[in-house]
Write a protein of this length. Structure first.
Length: 138
């Protein structure tokens, strides 16, 4: 009788699969036109998806490509959520220029900013010595 495959709202599925922390964040991505289902842009969070659909969407600084493997009734723990999809996102190699480990430390500017205690003591000592010399010359 009911041979139609089960379907679920796209925003709910993204939230169940733990791609977004809240359902409203998932809705914003969908309504912003940033999500594609099988290559077609979707702009309604109520769009129904089923097993086998391929989703393409931005997450953080990368583009995710996933195939829906299962639908769920609830937002479960991470291992359960990872079983809901097959990740097809191509692996990007990190170039050394973009790696966070290669970012140089902030340069230290000589003579600028607040002096350290050692520098302060040195300047006080040099002022005293200049005053003593000027008094000796008088």
């Amino acid at each position: 009788m009911n041979d139609a495959p089960p379907k679920l709202r796209i925003d709910k599925w993204l939230w169940h699969a733990r791609f977004f922390k809240t359902r409203s964040l998932a809705t914003k991505v969908v309504t912003g036109g940033h999500l594609r289902v099988d290559g077609q842009k979707i702009s309604k969070a109520s769009h129904a998806v089923s097993v086998g659909d391929t989703l393409t969407f931005p997450q953080a600084k990368r583009i995710r490509v996933v195939r829906i493997a299962a639908l769920s009734e609830r937002r479960g723990p991470a291992p359960e959520a990872q079983a809901l999809y097959e990740d097809l996102t191509p692996v990007q190699e990190k170039s050394p220029a973009h790696s966070e480990k290669t970012v140089p430390a902030a340069p230290k500017f000589e003579g600028k900013g607040r002096p350290t205690k050692k520098e302060r003591r040195k300047s006080i000592l040099s002022r005293r010595q200049m005053l003593e010399r000027s008094r000796a010359l008088e």
